[in-house]
Design a protein around this ligand. Structure first.
Ligand code: FES
Length: 137
């Protein structure tokens, strides 16, 4: 291989690497927040620290997750950190979640409904067994 061939191959490799990085970076932009960590924990609803979950519209933060009780009496859980700059979101009831830092909003299933955030919140599973609420995913 002469110098010209080597430089030509190097150029193709660099272009392929750059393209791969762009595609990888671009694919993260508009989907759910896959960078949020997986969790698996159980909340005892009889603990006083979880009292907010006895009231519809109430919510708590635990392990980087916001867990809320809906008006229907079910539980929902999404990643706590806003996908814009990481500020904790709050639960606003039927309209979902809201970030007070810059005004991003998310539906109850974590989908972006208003920017500047462009990625959805990660949604976690919830299972109620007696007074134990498992949050996982
Ligand atoms: S950190 Fe949530 S909108 Fe900016």
């Amino acid at each position: 291989m002469d110098r010209k061939e080597f430089l030509s191959l190097l150029g193709i490799s660099a272009a392929a690497f750059t393209l791969a990085q762009c595609v990888q970076g671009c694919s993260k932009g508009n989907s759910s927040n896959s960078s949020a960590p997986s969790v698996d924990f159980t909340l005892n609803l009889n603990d006083t620290s979880n009292n907010a979950l006895k009231t519809s519209g109430g919510y708590i933060y635990n392990n980087g997750v916001i867990v809320a009780k809906t008006a229907a009496g079910t539980y929902i859980a999404v990643s706590q950190a806003c996908t814009h700059q990481g500020v904790s979101v709050v639960y606003t009831g039927a309209s979902g979640f809201y970030c007070q830092a810059h005004g991003s909003s998310f539906s109850s299933n974590g989908a972006v409904t208003g920017g500047p955030a462009s990625s959805n919140l990660k949604v976690y599973n919830t299972t109620l067994n007696g007074s134990n609420l498992r949050v996982y995913g």
